[in-house]
Design a protein around this ligand. Structure first.
Ligand code: ZN
Length: 133
């Protein structure tokens, strides 16, 4: 079952500069974290029940660096919160969605995550996310 809009992932070139921009917009920074497996740094802002996740590459071959090269800075994915990630992946696969991750993998914030391919979701990269809490 889809529970909520967990977060919106936004690709940025310079994390510190982007954090300042969102702070001046009126949001409060929660945490920053490095995700070495994805070669990126993330920053989270909580807004009510959802979050904004800023994503910045730490290496030129990071998926985020490639995204910015192709499309520029901006919204990179949306993440839907689920309670049972394995069951959701099976169900989405049965329904014909193309899975980028066939198995859950660790994401930022201690969450388990998996992506659906934008080819099967009208051009939107959708993350399914099982938050730690
Ligand atoms: Zn995400």
């Amino acid at each position: 079952m889809i529970k909520n809009l967990s977060h919106i992932g936004i690709a940025v070139k310079d994390l510190d500069e982007a954090i300042k921009m969102y702070e001046s917009l009126g949001l409060t920074l929660d945490t920053t974290e490095e995700v070495p497996s994805q070669k990126l740094k993330v920053a989270f802002f909580t807004i009510g029940d959802t979050r904004i996740e800023l994503l910045a590459a730490t290496s030129e071959d990071s998926p985020i660096a490639k995204f910015i090269e192709k499309k520029g800075e901006g919204i990179q994915h949306i993440a839907l919160g689920v309670d049972d990630l394995k069951a959701e992946l099976q169900e989405k696969s049965d329904k014909g969605f193309q899975l980028i991750d066939k198995e859950p993998r660790p994401g930022a914030h201690g969450a388990d995550i998996a992506f659906l391919h934008p080819k099967s979701t009208k051009g939107v990269l959708i993350e399914l996310c099982k938050d730690k809490h």
